[in-house]
Structures are given as structure tokens and as C-alpha cells.
Design a protein around this ligand. Structure first.
Ligand SMILES: [Zn+2]
Length: 133
């Protein structure tokens, strides 16, 4: 058996979310087990808002980031330098971390660091390290 297929044999049931819920693999579904696992994962994430543990506005920074990532439409380019990037960060605009999609923007690592001032700190730290060495 190919590696990674364990537990994803024909006829196994998976929850794909929605009203129909469980479905059987191995019929018309030609998607790979990895893809199906991803769909299941996303379906579970999407159900997060119905989760009783949801803290509303008292949501933590980490959960807020997760929520923004899930709800904010993806884009291929950085909102600041407009360059196309494979990976973008979610960056808070106001600094108040409001639970508002519009209070966040997609930034490339460089612009995000620049905006946060982290880049300067990083350069300073590196310069210091060079001096020490
Ligand atoms: Zn950028």
C-alpha cells in the first residue's frame, strides 16, 4: 500500500460537512486521500463559529488571526508593495486588533516587518551580533 493511504481505503466514511454529512470514498470520488483529509479539516474549521467555545469579541490574538485568515478573501499580491508573493501575512492596520476583516491586510513578510518595526529591530540585532563577533 502506498505510504499515506493508510486509513483511507475504499469504502471508508468521511465527513465532508454540509447537510449530507458522511459520504463513502472509492466510488466517483477520485480525489486523493490528502485532498479529502484537507476538505474534512476545512469543514471542521468552518464549523468553528458554531463552536460553544467561541469567545466572541474576547477572542484571543491567535484565534483572531485564524478567524481573519479564514474569512478574509485571499489575494496573490502584497497590499503594500503590490508584488506577487507566494506567502502573505495577515497584518493588523489600526493596531487595535478589531474583529473586522477590513482592519487587516495581506502583506508580504518584508512589508509586514517594516510596518511593525520588526525589520529595524532585526537589522539592529544583526548589526549588534556582527559587532560582538
Ligand atoms: Zn510587500
Amino acid at each position: 500500500m502506498p505510504k499515506g493511504l493508510k486509513g483511507f481505503q475504499k469504502g471508508h466514511k468521511f465527513y465532508k460537512g454540509g447537510e449530507k454529512g458522511w459520504f463513502k470514498t472509492g466510488h466517483k470520488d477520485t480525489r486523493s486521500p490528502e485532498v479529502i483529509a484537507r476538505i474534512v479539516f476545512l469543514a471542521k474549521q468552518r464549523n468553528g463559529e458554531k463552536n460553544p467555545q467561541w469567545k466572541g469579541d474576547k477572542v484571543s490574538y491567535r484565534e483572531l488571526h485564524k478567524w481573519i485568515r479564514k474569512n478574509k478573501p485571499l489575494q496573490a499580491f502584497c497590499s503594500n508593495c503590490k508584488q506577487e508573493k507566494k506567502k502573505l501575512d495577515i497584518a493588523n492596520i489600526s493596531g487595535f486588533y478589531k474583529r473586522e476583516i477590513n482592519d487587516f491586510e495581506w502583506l508580504c513578510r518584508m512589508c509586514h516587518m517594516n510596518k511593525d518595526g520588526r525589520w529595524n529591530k532585526f537589522v539592529e540585532a544583526r548589526q549588534r551580533r556582527i559587532k560582538v563577533a
